[in-house]
Ligand binder design. Structure first.
Ligand SMILES: [Fe+2]
Length: 167
């Protein structure tokens, strides 16, 4: 059961006014930069895994979601007459510098958790026509965090021993 304070907070969030165009555009473009960085980084990671191995398939599924999110965000920006950024977030370069698979997956999940948190914090102020898409993006990040956590480190060690031993 909700306490009085929780109920007030929930109600206030439900009634929060929509973001102004400038804030909404900055929010969507911040996510677009992050998702583009994730899609590019995971493409690079995939190049180091045996094609169609279980690990390749799991990371490929996350990469496809990142690329799809870019398309969704660009669509939302254009629908609001806002300009999509062409920038790639710093997550890409920082992730490329990481060699070990364990560290890579931890880095990836920290990034995914950041995006999920960013969306959750903004959701109440997002224009209604975009809420369903962003709620789905939030849920897919939570699901992908779990699938990356479930990846077996032993399997990654076996499939990429040279890379692992340098980590
Ligand atoms: Fe993402």
């Amino acid at each position: 059961m909700k306490t009085g304070n929780e109920a007030i907070t929930t109600t206030a969030r439900a009634w929060a006014p929509c973001m102004a165009d400038e804030e909404y555009g900055a929010f969507l473009n911040q996510l677009l930069e992050a998702e583009r960085a994730g899609a590019k980084l995971l493409s690079a990671y995939l190049d180091e895994l045996p094609l169609d191995s279980a690990e390749w398939q799991a990371i490929r599924a996350v990469q496809v979601d990142e690329a799809r999110n870019c398309a969704v965000l660009i669509h939302l920006l254009l629908a609001a007459d806002l300009t999509p950024t062409a920038a790639v977030g710093s997550f890409y370069g920082r992730g490329l510098a990481i060699q070990g698979w364990h560290e890579r997956l931890e880095f990836l999940n920290r990034g995914q958790a950041w995006v999920a948190k960013r969306i959750a914090a903004a959701l109440a102020g997002i224009p209604e026509n975009a809420r369903t898409a962003l709620q789905a993006m939030h849920e897919s990040h939570i699901a992908n965090i779990r699938s990356c956590e479930a990846l077996s480190m032993d399997e990654l060690k076996r499939t990429s021993p040279a890379r692992w031993s340098r980590a």
